[in-house]
Design a protein around this ligand. Structure first.
Ligand SMILES: [Zn+2]
Length: 180
């Protein structure tokens, strides 16, 4: 028997993510349903949230990976494996993170500015801060958010720096992390 150990986070019931989708290009709203109603998303795009999301495309690609935003036209791309098999709360928070980048791209910001390392890039900090606030709202603890921020391409020192920028109570967390 499979035991579902992950606890239930407070993701609004009107939110639906069609996780078992084939690879291809879709309208954002066809895969990520209801996001235009979220306060956090309305905070990203403002009054025209719904119209903006109606025009947004999602490219589901048939390889391992996560999610990202194209620096050519600002569409979202998402690994088919990740959106089908990743933890729902993680896919949900990553979607919000990428929506911040979608708006930044529209504003003409350089999402991959080489003048900054990943965790120091202002566009990443805004996206992670927005994601961390939403993570708290749906019920993740600071420790869980800290784990969420740990991605394979950053060092431990960068991980802690990023957590501090997201206002996590880092002193306790980094000690726990050291014991692993
Ligand atoms: Zn990002």
């Amino acid at each position: 028997m499979t035991v579902q150990t992950s606890k239930k986070y407070k993701i609004a019931p009107e939110i639906k993510i069609f996780r078992n989708t084939r690879s291809g290009t879709y309208s954002f709203k066809d895969i990520f349903v209801g996001f235009e109603k979220l306060e956090v998303v309305r905070g990203i795009f403002g009054e025209k949230t719904s119209q903006f999301l109606s025009k947004l495309k999602v490219e589901v690609f048939p390889r391992e990976g996560y999610m990202g935003v194209s620096d050519e036209d600002g569409h979202i791309f998402a690994s088919q494996y990740y959106i089908s098999q990743g933890e729902l709360w993680s896919v949900y928070l990553d979607t919000i993170h990428e929506l911040v980048h979608v708006r930044q791209f529209k504003e003409g910001k350089n999402l991959f500015d080489p003048a900054f390392s990943y965790v120091d890039r202002p566009t990443e900090i805004e996206a992670y801060q927005t994601g961390a606030r939403e993570a708290r709202r749906i019920g993740l603890t600071d420790e869980e958010i800290f784990e969420y921020l740990e991605v394979p391409w950053i060092t431990k020192a960068e991980h802690i720096r990023l957590a501090k920028k997201c206002d996590l109570l880092i002193d306790d967390l980094s000690l726990k992390n050291n014991k692993r």
